[in-house]
Design a protein around this ligand. Sequence first.
Ligand code: HEM
Length: 510
Amino acid sequence: MGFQESVVSLILASVGALLLVVAATIVALLVSYVIQAYSQKNRPPVAGPIFSQLLNFDKLFDFLTYHAKKNITFRMITPTHSEIYTADPVNVEYILKTNFPNYGKGAYNLGILYDLLGEGIFAVDGDKWRHQRKLASHEFSTRVLRDFSTIVFRKNAAKLVSHISKAANGKEVINLQDLFMKSTLDSIFKVGFGVDLDTLSGSDESSNRFMKAFDDSNNLVFWRYADLTWRIKRYFNIGFEASLRQNIVVIDNFVYDLIQRKREQMKIGKLDGGKEDILSRFLIESKTDPENMTDKYLRDITLSFVIAGKDTSAGTLTWFFYMLCKHPLIQEKAAQEVRAATQTENNSTDEFHDKLTEAALDKMQYLHAALTETLRLYPAVPVDGKAAGEDDTLPDGFKVKKGDGVNYMAYAMGRMTSIWGEDAEEFRPERWIDNGVFKPESPYIFTAFQAGPRICLGKEFAYRQMKILAAVLLNSYKFRLANENEEATYRVMLTLHMSKGLYLYAIPRQ
Ligand code: HEM
C-alpha cells in the first residue's frame, strides 16, 4: 500500500470511529429520553426534549407559556434529568415556602451561573446564602438606606429629565431603555457601593464598557440552559463561551478595581462606623473574617447586587412606558394622579422635586397599580429555577426526582386565564385597585418578586425608585412610540430586557 492510500484509509477509519461515537451518543440520548419520558408513573407530562428550547430561543418565555396553557405543570427532558416547569400557584407556594429546604438553587444552577455570579446571593444556598441575606436584610431595613436612596433616586431622576429635555426640544427619538439602565446603574453604585459612576452623562468610558459586558454576559449565560454543549465550548473557548469569557474579564477588572478603592478608603479609616452602603458593610465584616471574605467573594456579592438593582427596575420601567404608549388613556390617568398627589400645576422640575415627598408617593395608588400590572405581564425575572434535593411529591400529585430542575414561570403565570380571568393578557391596572386603593395579590399568584424565605429584598426599594423616576418623567413629558406599529420583543436573558431598546418621542407637557 502506498503512502497516500495509507493516509486515506487512516482518515476513513477516524471518520468511521467518529461517526460511531456520534451514533452511539444519539442512541444513548434517545434511550435516556424514552426511559425518562415513558417509564415513570405520576410524573408531569413531557413537553419535549430540552433542546426544543434552543429551537425556540428567541421566544422562549412564550414557548413555555404555550406549553403551560396546555399543561399547567410539565417537564422537558435533558440527558441526565428532567426540568419541571410549573405555573400552578399551589405548587409555587409548596416549592418556595412549604418545602423550601428541598428546593435550593442546586449544583445545576450554580454550575451555569458560577462564571458570572460566582457565590453571590442569587446563586448560592445554605450558609453562604444565609450570611449574605442576613447582612443585606439588615442594610435594607435601615432608615439611613431609605432616606439616602430617596435622595439618590431624585437626583438621578432630575439628571434623566435634563438628558431627555435636550432630545425633546430637538424632537429627537430617545432610547428610554438605555437611559433607564444607565440611571439605575448609577443609583445602585451610589446606594450599594458608595461610588459616583455617572454613566448617564456617557463620559465614563470604563463604566459604559462594564455595563455592556454585563448585559451581554447576562444573555450569554442564559444560553447555557438550552445549549447542553456549553461545557465543551467553554473548555475549547469557542462560540458564545469565548465571548462570555472576554466579557467576564471586563467585568472582573472593573469590580476588582472598585473593591480595591473601597479597601483603601477603609485603610484610611473612612468606612469605619459609617456603614453607609451595602459593600462597606460587607467590607467591615471582612475584617473579622478575612479568610472567607476574599476579594473574589466580595466581587460575587457586588455583581449580584448589580443584576438585582439595575436590570430589574430598569427593565420594568421600560415595559411600563411601552405599555403607557400603547394605552394613552392610562398614560394620562397616571400623569394626572402624579400631578394631583404632588399638587403640581405646571412642569417646573424644581418645584416638582420638592413636592415629591414620601406622602405624595404613597398617594400614587394608580401608578403603583400600573407598575404592578406591568410586572404581571413582563416580570423582570421571567423564569426562576430551583433544584430538588430529594425525591418529593408536589401538591398536584406529580412526582419530583432528586436532581430534577423545578422552575416556576412568572411570565406564563401572568398570562393564565385560570389565574387572572379571561382578560389575563390585557393591560388593565384597574384590576389592582379596590375603592381607590392598591390591593396586593398573594405572592404565590403574583410571583414577580418571588416569595417565601427568599423573597426579593429590594421590593420596597424598587417601587420607590420606579415611582420616583416614573412620576418625574410623567410630570414633564407625554411619550409616544417612534414606530407605533412595531411590537416590542424581549431579549432572552436572566432578566427581561426589550430586545432592541425602547425608542420614543418625549413631548413636553404644558
Ligand atoms: C422590579 C424590581 C425587582 C424585581 C421584579 C425583583 C425580583 C426578584 C426576584 C424574582 C428574586 C428571586 C431571584 C432568585 O432567587 O433567583 C429577587 C431576589 C433578590 N432581589 Fe429583587 N427584584 C427587583 C428589584 C430589586 C432591587 C432594586 C434590589 C436591590 C437593590 C433587589 C435585591 C434582591 C436580592 C438581594 C435578592 C436575593 C434574595 C435571596 O436570594 O435571598 N431586587 N428579586
